[in-house]
Design a protein around this ligand. Structure first.
Ligand code: GLU
Length: 415
């Protein structure tokens, strides 16, 4: 087994692309490292009255193009290097889709699946008060990520607002509609994945209505992608979550599977499919593979067994660099995370704009604008990939890093 450090991988991807850019090495040196990182250890009262200590992080990688932006995740694997890597991906993601934000990420090392709602609320409120002095609608705007949702965002908004003494909806995105959340945010990341799949299939001349799809991670991103793909006739032949997976070569009934997961909390036990392990879904032969769970799942240990034409990275960092290179050599088209899952942060941007302008947009306006932004980014990445004969990831990073470097150079170095 290789040792998998997401931050080392993020830096390796940066170095590979930075070496090809005609930019001042000093500027590249500046944007290679994270700007700010805050580590907090804080107490939470558990339901049994005991005090438990938790460690949380908020990392701002770069703010040259606008306020820092990025999700907060609650997961046992959260550590500083993972959050650094994810913050860096956010900088490239917002630059790639040309929205005026920098990149950040936060997280708390915890297992929310073993915590009550009350414990998660107290953890959220204390964590936000600990990091409150570096977040804000003009400085750093959190959002949902792995195992956080609209309810957690509502507690973030409320805690920050209570500390200020007035409501500050623009401090966080992915909120419930009732307090300034936007239409379309919940489905945005999955919708963006669907659009990227459609654009990629189109470029390869693949008929999506006859395509087979495997989805690893049947959460918010994976299930919405599955639904949209099945609506256009694609067959979802495999799906998994952290507890296990299913294969049905005739195609899973996605609507029924979503209902089953809502009821039981997992895809496991769904009657209409053969049970397999969680990661086995990655190696089911298919036309489109969507890793939509966690980082580092496509590695040198399984890449040779992956049999697909297109990979849509719904998750952040699912493919390690060596495996990415192996897939490129095999002509598998990998639509990288910073493009494939950017629909989420694009609609977060729309939510923030509506909050600070005190306006509301119609849902079709939101979806159409998001689709257009994703298409523009996809087309420019695809053109560069063809022109320079590089992977879509390297093309996307070339555009994104170039833009952040340009912004940094234009602003100059203070003082
Ligand atoms: N956590 C999501 C991501 O990785 C969304 C971030 C946001 O909306 O700020 O892109």
């Amino acid at each position: 087994m290789q040792k998998l450090n997401p931050y080392e991988f993020a830096l390796a991807s940066f170095d590979k692309v930075a070496a090809t850019l005609d930019m001042d090495p000093g500027i590249l040196k500046k944007i290679r490292v994270v700007n700010r990182e805050l580590v907090v250890n804080f107490p939470v009262f558990m339901d049994d009255g005991a005090i438990e200590m938790f460690t949380g992080f908020r990392v701002q990688h770069d703010i040259s193009r606008g306020p820092a932006k990025g999700g907060i995740r609650y997961h046992p694997t959260v550590d500083l290097d993972t959050i650094r890597a994810l913050a860096m991906f956010m900088t490239w993601k917002t630059a790639l889709v040309q929205i005026p934000f920098g990149g950040a990420k936060g997280g708390v090392q915890c297992n929310p699946k073993q915590m009550s709602l009350g414990e998660i609320e107290r953890l959220t409120r204390r964590f936000i008060s600990e990091i409150s002095f570096i977040i804000g609608p003009e400085s750093d705007i959190p959002a949902p990520d792995v195992y956080t949702n609209a309810q957690v965002m509502a507690w973030i908004m409320d805690t920050y607002s209570m500390m200020k003494g007035y409501s500050v909806p623009g401090v966080v995105t992915g909120k419930p509609i009732s307090i300034g959340g936007t239409l379309g945010r919940q489905e945005a990341t999955g919708n963006g994945c669907f659009y990227c799949t459609a654009f990629a299939a189109d470029r390869l001349g693949m008929d999506l209505s006859r395509a087979t799809v495997a989805i690893q991670g049947f959460g918010n991103v994976g299930s919405v992608s599955a639904m949209r793909l099945s609506e256009v006739g694609a067959k979802i032949i495999a799906a998994s979550d952290s507890q296990g997976g299913l294969v049905n070569l005739n195609g899973l009934d996605v609507e029924a599977l979503i209902k089953h997961k809502e009821k039981t909390g997992t895809v496991v036990g769904f009657p209409d499919g053969d049970p397999v392990g969680s990661v086995d879904v990655l190696t089911v032969p298919c036309d489109v593979l969507i890793p939509a769970a966690m980082e580092n799942v496509i590695t040198m240990d399984n890449v040779d067994r992956i049999s697909t034409k297109i990979i849509i990275e719904g998750a952040n960092g699912p493919t390690i660099p060596d495996a990415d290179e192996a897939l490129y050599q095999r002509d598998v088209l990998v639509v990288p995370d910073i493009l494939a899952n950017a629909g989420g942060v694009v609609v977060s941007y729309f939510e923030w704009v509506q909050n600070i302008q005190k306006l509301t947009w119609r849902e079709n306006e939101i979806n159409d604008r998001m689709k257009e932004i994703i298409y523009t980014a996809f087309a420019s990445v695809f053109d560069l990939h063809r022109l320079k004969k590089v992977s879509l990831r390297d093309a996307a990073l070339t555009l994104a890093i170039g833009r952040v470097a340009q912004a940094t150079a234009d602003r100059g170095i203070y003082p």
